[in-house]
Each structure stands twice: as structure tokens, then as C-alpha cells.
Design a protein around this ligand. Structure first.
Ligand SMILES: [Fe+2]
Length: 509
């Protein structure tokens, strides 16, 4: 690893150690503050959307991480790593393993750059689509399960990269022990070429291309645009702008908007824009990233964070019930608890729908949200409870998969690489050392923890009645952690990521 990557890792580790102590203190509820916004068209240069994005921060919206150092180091690093530099090859998977382990030693906090010892196998690749970061992208089509990244098709790319508009197809089949496991069937490349496991090294390369496609779409679409901006940012902007400090819904949302405006402000500066990490690290220059963001917004379905509706839409309800989809099964446990919690909490303060309609703060909250993101309604308590459950689910559970586990899953050049070059040998197409380092640096800067979902949030309640409902939710989350532990003891490969005690309460960086 280069000196600058070592330095960066050390800085980030020091920052994280300090931050984890600071996250022990809960953030302030804060006062009502009209958050400044500007059209996305202006901020990101997008046409064909009239949505707005936050551009201002209330002074009390602090975040334990000292963002100035992080922003300048990340930007400096990316300027040092232009895309036309002469790069160095890893040479072999063993060399990458060795050097990443060295950084791992420097990290010393139990993090790894491959989640599973069998990471080089087809089985591990397929598993990443079912219980790894791509799990929220899986869909059932006919007899097959797919992850479809054709939204990336046709975009201009950096030199030395390959097209990423791929479709990955898998099926669930019984293995030698009779257990059903996900197995890769084929990969359809953007130019129409179809690769199967019978294709030798060309198959190995197709997997790497598919991984780069899935990672690129995941980071730009489901993570940044959908979870951070259309969901978390819209929620924080509307709650802070329209709900006073002593409003019951402001207190309900406090844990789930904590630090969000600041996190998104930083994400906008470090990740997006003509000098941001996304254009520097991934295959697409900024004009293509702009096109991709516009495509993502055009395809956004606000029900994607309503888990039962989302599972139905993706045809995964049966798979979920079968136990073969750990992400869905564990996420549903939390969804159900969250939905009960939000409904019961709202019932405390709004005995009837008429009480809700009469609350002008809530009506303005919904209107302000809809200027940043489509699809929030408060016509009835039932509507509002379901919609807020989805918004909270997005920043806690969904964010964990699409963002929170990216350092572990999306950094190893021979497992799920972030970009791929042309060539006919695996060692020639995986990201260069310097590109891997740039990706590592970007991931170090974007995988911060935030406040825990099981922190002492009942202490922000407005009154005893609200506190009782919040405490009951906390008790339920602890029971769910035990339930998930029990499930994991039976699973061939555990899925620890959605244990509520491991989840964040609001989006991390
Ligand atoms: Fe994030």
C-alpha cells in the first residue's frame, strides 16, 4: 500500500475512534429551522426534475466527525489519482490478499476486506446477491432471480473501463447436503454476450464486470440518490423546517434524522460533483454520473422502502418465507416491529384521523417533504404510519446493506471490484493497485457509524406516554436481536448485519 493510503487509513481510524466515543452522547433535538434548499437541477446540473435538495444546515445540527479534515483529505487524494496515471498491476489474488491484510493489520478493529473465506468462489458471489449488499436489488423473473444493472447501459466511460449494463441470473438449487443455495446461472453483458460457469476464465471476468456494475449502481442509485437524498435528506429537511422542537412527530423522527443534513452536505461535497469520489473511483466521468442520477430519479418508486410492498413488487415474498433470503426475513422482523411502533406512537397523539388533518405542522411537513421527494401522504393515520415506517426503515435497515457494509464487501479487487478493465485474463482486468487504494480511501471515508438504533432514544420523548411507546420498541428490538442470533446459529452462513444492536439509527456518512 502506498504511503498516502496508509496515512489516510490512519487518519480515518483515529477519526472513527474519536467519533465512536462522541456517538455515545445523543444529539440535540434542535429547534425548528427553515432549511435552505435549491433545485437539484442547479446543484447537480440535472435536467427534467423539479425536486429540491438541502443546501443549508442549522448550527445545532452537529456531527461528531470533524468533517473538514475528511473532505480535504478525500479531495486531495482524488486529485492525486488522475484517471490517466500509469497504474501498477496486482499480479495475483494472493498479492492483493497479502497487502489488504497488511492494511487490515493497521485497522486492527476486526474489519476485513472479504466477508467470507470462500470469497473467490461462485457460491460466495451468488451469496452476496442474497445476503450481501446487493440483496435489496434482487428480483424474481419467471423461474429465475436476477440483479439487473441495465440502467448503466450506454453511458460514456473513463478510458480503460468496460461497459457495465449487465444482468446477473441465479437460481436456488439443492447442494450436496440437500440444502437450497443460490447458484449463478449466467451473466448477460451489455453487448449481448452471455457467459456461464462453463466459460472458464471468461466467466471469471464476467463475474468481475457484473460486480463492478452492481457496485456502481448500488452506490449511486439505491445508496446516494434514494436512501441519502430522496429519503433521509427529504425527511430531515421537512422535519427540521416544519416541526417545532415540542412536536410529537419531531421527537419520533429525531433518532432517524440525527446528523443527516450534515452527513448529506458532506456526501454532496466529497462524493458527487466534477471532483468527487464517484467520478474519480468508478467507471463514469461526472457527466455520465449526472445522467445516471437523472435516470435513477426518473425510475424512483417511493414504495421501494415499504418492505412488504417492495418484496411483492420484486416477487420475493415466497423466497422470504422459505428462509432462503436472510436479508428479507430479518428485515421483515424489524419492519413489523417498526410499523407497530410508529402506529402506536402516532395513536397516542392523534386519536382520530381528524386530529391529524387538523395539525397544520404535519400538513406543512408533508408538503415540504414532497418538494424534495415524491410519495409522502398524511390523509389518514394509517397512511402516515406506513409512510413514516418506510422512511425510517430506509435509514436504518436498508442503509446498512447498501452503505454500511461496503468496506467489507466492496473493496477487494478479486471479489467484488469497483471497476474492471478490458482484457482476457483475470489478473489483467481487475482494478490496478492505485485504483483499489482510491476505492479503499473513498470507502474509509464513507462507512462511518452513526448513533445506534438501540441507544437511549426514549430519553428524547416528549412525555411519559411517548416514552413508554419508545421503550416498548427498544425492548422489542432486543428481542429481535436474540431471534436473529437464533436464526444465525441455524444458517449455513450467518447474516449478522441486521441485528438491531448493530444498526444505526440514522444514515451514516
Ligand atoms: Fe451512507
Amino acid at each position: 500500500m502506498s504511503l498516502r493510503t496508509r496515512l489516510y487509513a490512519k487518519l480515518m481510524i483515529a477519526g472513527k475512534a474519536g467519533a465512536s466515543r462522541a456517538f455515545e452522547r445523543l444529539p440535540p433535538v434542535g429547534d425548528q429551522h427553515a432549511v435552505k434548499t435549491a433545485p437539484m437541477a442547479e446543484i447537480w446540473g440535472l435536467r427534467a426534475t423539479d425536486l429540491v435538495v438541502a443546501t443549508g444546515l442549522p448550527s445545532w445540527d452537529a456531527h461528531p466527525f470533524r468533517e473538514n479534515a475528511g473532505v480535504s483529505v478525500v479531495k486531495g487524494l482524488q486529485r492525486l489519482l488522475p484517471n490517466d496515471e500509469r497504474w501498477t498491476r496486482w499480479g495475483s489474488r494472493a498479492a492483493a490478499d497479502h497487502e489488504l491484510a497488511e492494511v487490515l493489520g493497521a485497522v486492527g478493529r476486526g474489519q476485513t476486506f472479504t466477508p467470507w473465506p470462500d470469497y473467490a468462489t461462485d457460491a460466495a458471489f451468488a451469496r452476496a446477491l442474497v445476503q450481501g449488499p446487493m440483496a435489496p436489488l434482487l428480483e424474481h423473473r419467471g423461474d429465475e432471480f436476477v440483479v439487473d444493472c441495465r440502467i448503466l447501459a450506454g453511458l460514456e466511460r473513463h478510458p480503460g473501463t468496460v461497459p457495465l449494463g449487465v444482468v446477473v441470473v441465479l437460481a436456488f438449487r439443492a447442494d450436496a447436503t440437500g440444502a437450497r443455495t443460490p447458484q449463478l446461472v449466467r451473466i448477460e453483458l451489455e453487448d449481448g454476450t452471455v457467459r456461464t460457469p462453463a466459460d472458464g476464465e471468461a466467466w471469471q471476468i464476467a463475474k468481475l464486470i457484473a460486480a463492478a456494475g452492481m457496485q456502481t449502481w448500488l452506490v449511486v442509485g439505491p445508496h446516494l440518490v434514494y436512501t441519502h437524498f430522496l429519503n433521509a435528506g427529504a425527511l430531515a429537511t421537512a422535519a427540521v423546517s416544519e416541526l417545532p422542537n415540542d412536536h410529537a412527530v419531531r421527537r419520533l423522527l429525531t433518532p432517524h434524522i440525527a446528523g443527516t443534513l450534515r452527513v448529506n452536505d458532506r456526501a454532496g461535497k466529497t462524493l458527487l460533483g466534477p471532483h468527487g469520489n464517484v467520478q474519480a473511483v468508478y467507471s463514469f466521468p461526472w457527466p455520465s454520473v449526472q445522467q445516471l442520477i437523472a435516470r435513477a430519479i426518473a425510475q424512483y418508486d417511493p414504495t421501494r422502502f415499504d418492505l412488504p410492498m417492495d418484496l411483492e413488487r420484486r416477487g420475493l415474498t415466497d423466497l422470504c418465507a422459505s428462509g432462503d433470503y436472510p436479508y428479507g426475513a430479518d428485515a421483515l422482523l424489524i419492519w413489523n416491529a417498526l410499523h407497530v411502533y410508529v402506529r402506536e406512537y402516532l395513536c397516542v397523539y392523534y386519536p382520530t384521523d381528524a386530529d391529524l388533518s387538523a395539525d397544520s405542522h404535519i400538513q406543512r411537513f408533508v408538503a415540504t417533504f414532497c418538494r424534495s421527494s415524491p410519495g409522502l401522504r398524511a390523509d389518514s393515520l394509517t397512511d402516515l404510519a406506513r409512510a413514516l415506517t418506510a422512511r425510517i426503515f430506509a435509514v436504518t435497515v436498508h442503509h446498512k446493506l447498501v452503505g454500511g457494509i461496503s468496506l467489507e464487501f466492496l473493496t477487494h479487487p478479486y471479489f467484488l471490484p469497483h471497476r474492471v478493465g478490458p482484457g482476457e485474463r483475470v489478473d489483467d482486468v481487475v482494478p490496478f493497485r492505485e485504483q483499489t487504494e482510491a476505492n479503499l480511501a473513498a470507502k474509509f471515508g464513507t462507512t462511518y457509524r452513526s448513533w445506534g438504533l438501540t441507544a437511549d432514544w426514549p430519553s428524547v420523548a416528549l412525555d411519559e406516554n411517548g416514552r413508554a411507546v419508545m421503550q416498548a420498541f427498544q425492548d422489542e428490538l432486543r428481542a429481535i436481536s436474540e431471534h436473529i442470533d437464533a436464526r444465525n446459529s441455524r444458517r449455513a452462513v450467518p447474516f449478522p448485519h441486521l441485528r438491531p444492536t448493530e444498526l444505526e439509527s440514522s444514515v451514516a456518512v
